[in-house]
Design a protein around this ligand. Structure first.
Ligand SMILES: [Zn+2]
Ligand SMILES: [Zn+2]
Length: 337
């Protein structure tokens, strides 16, 4: 009897010795690639181009679409247009951009002095793939958008950051805003030199001109940014390294107040239709052409969709993959190599 107890005790101690010391943190699915990046798409890179703050009434909902002739006549027939794409969170720059990058609406300070709470596409992609910062670029006219490359989660802060080219100084907060034409030229240089896997672009002028109470300037800025995204797509189509392997998602961070609401086109930031309703035009080898999607989608859905393409997960995001975009449909995750 005593012998049996000793054997049981020995077995028990042996089992204990096999257990790891201390608690092991449950793996965050966002820590590792779920799929090989771009394993299920013809696209081998994704560019998110954010046109800052135009209102639908001057873009897609303007009857003749006279301020966005390039997107309306040349680009839309080549891609999928969302008729009801929205900012369903906080309708200002850093929050709208933040949702596009990490799939969460955060009521973040808007001057570039507060970090995102959660890691986004850039950090998760670089961590999951082990690639260097040159594989992911943030190229923005607004200096304060450098915040999109990092977050305050202690496990992630300061690690796996993308290459920054933000505002006048190129590196962030103190440089001030720069001309959108400079941003476009940086984008084209990077794409033609060493095309990265992931890029986010911000063109600031519709927003800046609106705040400047300059109605003709605001309309011109919508025309100018229409030209910039069309130039970008044209360059992609003429470069054999980029053509048929690049997805371009043209969208916005927020709109502007409806006419009659507060100061109208000059400002934004509440939940009026003008502030919430934005646009998305998706171009790329995997997306339906000449199609209009009427389902309501929002910025967190876009983030989660890009995450799916690059083989990562934005853990905890409420966003849903926009399956309707893909032709043929994306196979289940489990069938990836
Ligand atoms: Zn603004
Ligand atoms: Zn509003």
């Amino acid at each position: 009897m005593i012998h049996l107890r000793l054997v049981t005790l020995a077995l028990f101690l042996g089992l204990l010795a096999c257990l790891p010391v201390g608690f092991v943190r449950a793996a965050d699915p966002g820590d590792r690639p779920l799929l090989k990046p771009f394993a299920q798409t013809m696209a081998k890179r994704v560019i998110i181009a954010v046109i800052d703050g135009p209102r639908r009434t001057e873009t897609w909902d303007e009857p003749t679409r006279q301020y966005i002739p390039k997107q309306a006549k040349e680009l839309a027939p080549q891609g999928t247009l969302y008729a009801d794409f929205r900012n369903t969170g906080f309708t200002y720059t850093n929050s709208g951009h933040g949702a596009l990058v990490n799939g969460f609406y955060q009521q973040i300070e808007n001057g570039g002095h507060e970090m995102l709470a959660r890691p986004g596409l850039f950090q998760r992609f670089l961590r999951a793939t082990g690639k260097g910062p040159e594989a992911a670029w943030l190229i923005t006219s607004k200096d304060k958008l450098y915040i999109l490359g990092d977050c305050s989660d202690p496990e992630w802060q300061g690690k796996w950051n993308p290459t920054l080219d933000c505002g006048k100084a190129g590196r962030g907060p103190l440089g001030g805003y720069r001309d959108d034409r400079v941003t476009l030229s940086r984008v084209l240089t990077v794409l033609q030199t060493a095309p990265p896997d992931l890029m986010l672009i911000n063109f600031k002028d519709p927003d800046a001109m609106g705040h400047g109470k300059n109605w003709p300037g605001y309309l011109q800025a919508i025309r100018d940014t229409d030209m910039y995204v069309s130039t970008l797509w044209a360059v992609i189509q003429t470069d054999p390294r980029l053509k048929d392997s690049t997805a371009l998602l043209i969208t916005n961070d927020h709109g502007r107040h409806d006419e009659g609401r507060a100061d109208g086109y000059i400002s934004h930031g509440d939940d009026c239709e003008g502030c919430r309703k934005i646009s998305l035009l998706a171009l790329g080898p995997d997306f339906a052409k000449g199609r209009v999607v009427t389902d309501q989608r929002n910025q967190t859905d876009l983030a989660v969709t890009v995450a799916r393409m690059i083989g990562i997960e934005l853990t905890g995001s409420q966003g849903k993959v926009m399956d309707e975009l893909f032709v043929p449909p994306l196979p289940p995750k489990s069938s990836a190599p």
